[in-house]
Design a protein around this ligand. Structure first.
Ligand code: ADP
Length: 162
């Protein structure tokens, strides 16, 4: 069985993430979406909230998809899941340097797990969780970048914390 891990912060999950998930789910027998706790990024949503959001948004997608929280070295998590590949999305040249470095270091940690890069649909490539949050904080519409339910989650969060 081919298992791949798609790791990320998903703060919040965007249409770009969901496109990568949709594209990768039918390339493998099982896709494990790993939601990192990542306190260094000071996420807007708790890991439990992000996990619930990703679960809800992927519930109706075809394919075998698990959504799991992790707080360890990515390669250890991937190995524990029986994965042979790590999936990452590439947006633009700006992502390349960081992703290149991370893939290189992960290869040194475990050469049996390949990092595979996928491109989201061209129209969804500019979307970044960070900008979604910034736009929402300034009262802009994020409806083109996230699902209606996620947009509501972001609005509710901002209202509760204003
Ligand atoms: P991380 O903190 O690991 O970068 P993110 O949630 O920001 O977590 O992103 C998870 C993965 O999804 C990364 O590989 C990132 O490059 C990719 N990604 C995010 N947004 C998009 C997008 N719009 N198109 C393609 N890939 C994306």
């Amino acid at each position: 069985m081919k298992v791949a891990v798609y790791p990320g912060t998903f703060d919040p999950v965007t249409l770009g993430h969901l496109d990568i998930i949709r594209r990768s789910a039918h390339l493998v027998d099982k896709l494990v979406i790993g939601v990192t706790t990542n306190p260094s990024k000071e996420p807007m949503f708790s890991v439990a909230e992000r996990l619930a959001m990703v679960k809800r948004e992927t519930a109706d997608m075809p394919g075998s998809i698990d959504v799991i929280e992790f707080d360890s070295l990515l390669m250890d998590f991937a190995e524990a899941q029986g994965a042979t590949a790590i999936l990452r999305g590439l947006r633009a040249v700006a992502d390349f340097e960081y992703e290149f470095q991370m893939a290189g270091m992960n290869q040194q940690l475990n050469d049996d797990i390949e990092t595979v890069f996928l491109m989201a649909d061209v129209s969804l490539q500019p979307i970044a969780s960070k900008l979604v949050k910034e736009i929402a904080r300034y009262g802009g519409s994020i409806d083109k970048f996230v699902t209606a339910a996620v947009a509501e989650d972001v609005r509710r969060h901002l209202k509760a914390n204003s």
